[in-house]
Design a binder for this molecule. Structure first.
Ligand code: AMP
Ligand code: ZN
Length: 114
């Protein structure tokens, strides 16, 4: 997906505020943060969203969740608590079609989400 913004971040074609990367995962700060900590955790692999996930991605998805937990530790939001959000398609408000977990923390969250 040459035109995908998040693929361009992964390939370092466009600079962004990287907080973590490894062989399969990449994480950076959201440009429009909705909480004091707002980080996007994505696979290096271009997958549109959860609806496009196949069984071949199960290990990868588990790894991405571990990365969320690891970054939450690094950011010091683990004990207070944090939220991980995965928007899928239009009604959920997905605006970038490269799968991303939102890691949100540093403030009290409300429920139900908007
Ligand atoms: P979603 O609406 O769930 O698809 O989330 C997309 C997220 O990407 C939003 O929270 C945006 O603020 C974020 N975003 C869009 N463009 C950029 C960018 N250039 N750098 C960092 N985050 C971005
Ligand atoms: Zn992509």
């Amino acid at each position: 997906m040459s035109e995908c913004l998040f693929c361009k971040f992964v390939k370092r074609e466009i600079p962004t505020q990287v907080v973590y990367e490894d062989e399969h995962a990449f994480a950076f700060r959201d440009i429009n943060p909705q909480a004091p900590t707002h980080i996007l955790v994505i696979p290096r692999l271009h997958i549109e969203n959860l609806a496009a996930m196949g069984t071949e991605h199960e290990t990868l998805m588990g790894h991405l969740l571990w990365v969320c937990a690891e970054i939450a530790r690094q950011e010091g939001i683990e004990s207070e608590g944090y939220r991980v959000v995965l928007n899928t398609n239009r009604a959920a408000g997905q605006s970038v079609y490269h799968l991303h977990f939102h890691l949100l923390g540093g403030r009290q969250m409300t429920w139900p989400p908007g």
